[in-house]
Ligand binder design. Structure first.
Ligand SMILES: NC(=O)c1ccc[n+]([C@@H]2O[C@H](COP(=O)([O-])OP(=O)(O)OC[C@H]3O[C@@H](n4cnc5c(N)ncnc54)[C@H](OP(=O)(O)O)[C@@H]3O)[C@@H](O)[C@H]2O)c1
Length: 330
């Protein structure tokens, strides 16, 4: 098969479309002919050599896919060759073929094409894990979503609104702020136009927020503390704004705060299967009637993955960047 391979750690030019061995499905796995995959920020870090794949995972990039079942591994039941499936991957999506535990796969509903299906798993499962499992958000609670126009942010805004929360977002341009509001955010602030904390406090009548979903980390620590309400959960999902902070743990104690670090890729196969099942059970009806939708910014052919990476690194996307593999419907 053909795949995008990282020839050596470095820039987007290190991504090369080349011939590699076909993967073979192990027990409990499906072999899938990939029709669409997507770019995630983690792919950029992995390409640069900063984020090695977990043990046992493919060293080919790509954390999600939509495609057609090409073969069933030993012991797999309930799936058939040719069936349209989509899933999270621990790697291997930037390729014509990929193997994945059958328990991680969902059938693509008739209202999604491959591009839409490939835009869902990584960002919506990240949002679900963090807002539901960690954030325990309830109707009426207040949530702040940083990088609100990112792939994860666009999913998280919609999911938090679906669960009845009041939602604020931050983003880095007036256009991105407008998109966050269109997606349902009750308030959105351009962090380049001054500190977000006073604006969030003003918008919440001084009460602050119950949950913060934060991929920025150190650069937002001080302001996050200013806006996190008593009993609040600060969930760190990346460190785009640095790793080092000086913390006053007495304040954490007094405020009954929870500081949570969370990476989806490192979770067990069992957890990912259970997360996928719970997510789809709750959210499928909302995708069906349009209350949730995949947010797709641009589509590139997989062989042009380098251009897609440059586009993401320039922070130009709102929502997902999709990579398509040649095929009838993609
Ligand atoms: N822990 C997990 O399980 C997990 C899973 C998936 C993703 N993530 C993380 O979630 C984040 C979003 O992922 P994605 O793939 O959806 O990303 P994405 O679509 O590439 O969006 C990232 C956005 O973050 C903003 N940004 C970049 N650097 C920033 C900085 N220093 N300070 C503030 N904002 C900054 C930019 O938007 P602006 O123009 O608004 O600045 C950029 O477009 C990434 O950090 C990713 O690593 C974590």
């Amino acid at each position: 098969m053909k795949a995008i391979v990282v020839t050596e750690p470095g820039g987007p030019e290190k991504l090369v479309w080349t011939e590699v061995d076909d993967p073979r499905p192990g027990p409990g796995e499906l072999l899938v002919r990939v029709r669409a995959t997507a770019v995630n920020r983690a792919d950029v870090s992995q390409r640069e050599g900063h984020y090695p794949p977990p043990p046992g995972a493919s060293d080919i990039l790509g954390l999600e896919m939509a495609g057609e079942v090409a073969a069933l591994g030993e012991g797999v039941t309930g799936w058939h060759v040719g069936q349209r499936v989509f899933s999270l991957l621990s790697g291997g999506g930037y390729a014509e073929l990929v193997t994945v535990p059958a328990s991680h796969c969902l059938p693509i509903p008739d209202y999604f094409d491959f591009i839409q299906a490939a835009a869902v798993p990584e960002v919506f499962l990240t949002a679900y894990r963090n807002l539901v499992d960690h954030g325990r958000i309830q109707a009426g609670q207040r949530v702040l979503i940083h990088a609100g126009a990112s792939g994860v942010g666009t999913a998280a805004i919609q999911l938090a609104k679906l669960r009845g929360a009041w939602v604020a977002a931050t983003a880095g341009s007036p256009e991105k702020v407008a998109r966050c509001l269109q997606l349902g955010a009750d308030a959105a602030f351009n962090y380049r136009e001054g500190p977000f904390a006073p604006k969030v406090l003003e918008a919440t009548g001084g009460r602050g927020v119950d949950v913060i979903l934060d991929p920025v980390a150190a650069a937002y620590w001080e302001q996050n503390q200013q806006v996190l309400a008593w009993g609040g959960r600060l969930i760190v999902i990346a460190v785009m704004g640095g790793t080092r902070i000086e913390a006053h743990l007495g304040q954490l104690l007094r405020q009954n705060w929870q500081l949570i670090g969370s990476t989806l890729r490192a979770q067990s196969d069992e957890y990912k299967a259970d997360l996928t099942r719970r997510f789809w059970e709750e959210c499928e009806p909302a995708f069906r009637d349009g209350r949730l939708r995949p947010v797709i910014d641009r589509v590139f052919p997989l062989r042009e993955a380098a251009a897609a990476h440059r586009y993401m690194e320039e922070n130009r996307n709102v929502g997902k960047i999709i990579l398509t593999v040649d095929g009838p419907e993609s």
